[in-house]
Ligand binder design. Structure first.
Ligand SMILES: *[C@@H]1O[C@H](CO)[C@@H](O)[C@H](O)[C@H]1NC(C)=O
Ligand SMILES: *[C@@H]1O[C@H](CO)[C@@H](O)[C@H](O)[C@H]1NC(C)=O
Length: 373
């Protein structure tokens, strides 16, 4: 049989002839796609080191978070952070812009409206007011009389993505900015870019000035004071570690690692009554897709098509919290390994032998008894 000759406008493969126009079309499409991904990619990434197996990840997975009782179910939408006053009233900021209160008798109250869907960390001050981080407006004070804006700018730039706040006994407010580059709705792009855009700031109530305490943080998230207020602990989410920043003593002004290689990205952190800390851990990766964090091409691709983020990001799949002693050793860990009751748990606060759990994927505040858990 005579070899099949392709007409001039066709290319020959082993089996058949393709029109040149068609194969060029595929080539052009591929080229256009790559150009589109590189040109429109919102990130300039670098590789992210995922935590190595450590004593922390050797803690066996359990399902203790599944014992959480649901408070205010249906009333609070994605309560990221929670705090409690002396009477045991729970405060939380929800996606609909309300600061809501859950009373001990079980009733819920729309307390104060802040026109924003980006409310994150909250703390109660000694004056009895609430200080709220708004990822768009900055740092706000919310009291019975109304809402005042405390801080909007630092070092000449607008404060975006304020994330968590704590008050020291002198009235100073320490608060974090997760990312100066990406906003709350695009927070996972900061994880994909894996470059440090986070800040730790201090608001001085006397001068009303805001200053930078630490910069170049890797997604600065939760912040807590030690029991003696001699240091701060600040969480760096995609670095899987927390830093200790000394406020007093001979190391004043110095920074060291408080805990690293955490089995998840640390979100909010709260001081426990015994001087240890509760840290909520985010599942930042999906099982089997860890390679995305070391492949630049994958990072660009995922960042360009936000629907892919939902697949790569593991936060909706499970939840974990750890209790870490003041010396940086993990005491215990509670999980919801398949997100059956709670996933995307962002905060854990201990009060009267119970843990109160905030989440960006729940419509309730979780309450977990610590005795016999
Ligand atoms: C529950 O307590 C709050 C605050 O004390 C009160 O305002 C509310 O009326 C109480 N609700 C019920 C149903 O008892
Ligand atoms: C503060 O602003 C100046 C001027 O814009 C800039 O050069 C500097 O890097 C900023 N400092 C920090 C810590 O961001």
């Amino acid at each position: 049989m005579a070899p099949k000759i392709c007409p001039p406008a066709f290319v020959r493969t082993s089996k058949c002839c393709f029109p040149v126009a068609f194969s060029s079309f595929i080539l052009v499409c591929l080229l256009a796609f790559t150009t589109q991904v590189l040109f429109f990619s919102p990130i300039s990434p670098r590789a992210l080191d995922l935590p190595i197996a450590s004593s922390a990840s050797s803690l066996p997975t359990n399902s203790r978070l599944q014992r959480a009782i649901k408070l205010g179910e249906g009333f609070v939408r994605a309560p990221e952070d929670v705090c409690l006053d002396k009477e045991g009233t729970i405060y939380t900021a929800t996606r609909d812009g309300w600061i809501k209160r859950l009373h001990r008798n079980g009733s819920g109250e729309n307390w104060k409206m802040i026109d924003s869907n980006t409310l994150l960390g909250i703390t109660l001050t000694k004056e009895g007011d609430l200080v709220v981080c708004d990822a768009e407006k900055g740092l706000l004070n919310v009291g019975e009389e109304g809402i005042t804006v405390l801080a909007t700018h630092v070092n000449g730039s607008k404060i975006r993505f304020a994330d968590d706040v704590i008050e020291a006994s002198d009235g100073s407010l320490y608060f974090t900015v997760a990312s100066t580059k990406f906003d709350l709705h695009n927070w996972y792009l900061d994880v994909l870019e894996a470059k440090p855009h986070g800040l730790l700031l201090k608001y001085d109530p006397t001068s009303t000035e805001t200053s930078i305490v630490l910069d170049d943080l890797c997604f600065a998230n939760g912040v807590a004071l030690s029991r003696d207020e001699d240091y701060l602990v600040v969480c760096e989410t995609w670095k899987f570690r927390c830093l200790k920043y000394w406020l007093k003593g001979e190391d004043k002004g110095k920074t060291e690692i408080f805990i690293e290689n955490l089995p998840g990205g640390p979100d909010n952190i709260n001081l426990a009554p015994d001087g240890s800390f509760w840290i909520a851990l985010l599942q930042l990766t999906s099982d089997g897709l860890e390679f995305v964090h070391t492949s630049m091409a994958s990072k660009h691709l995922v960042a360009t098509f936000p629907k892919l983020i939902r697949i790569v990001n593991g936060v909706y799949k499970k939840a974990a919290v750890v209790n870490v002693a003041a010396d940086g050793k993990i005491i215990r860990k509670f999980d919801d390994p398949n997100g059956k009751v709670m996933s995307f748990v962002t905060s854990a606060l201990e009060w009267e032998d119970h843990l109160y759990l905030g989440s960006l994927n729940s419509n309730f505040v979780g309450k977990l008894p610590l005795k016999d858990t």
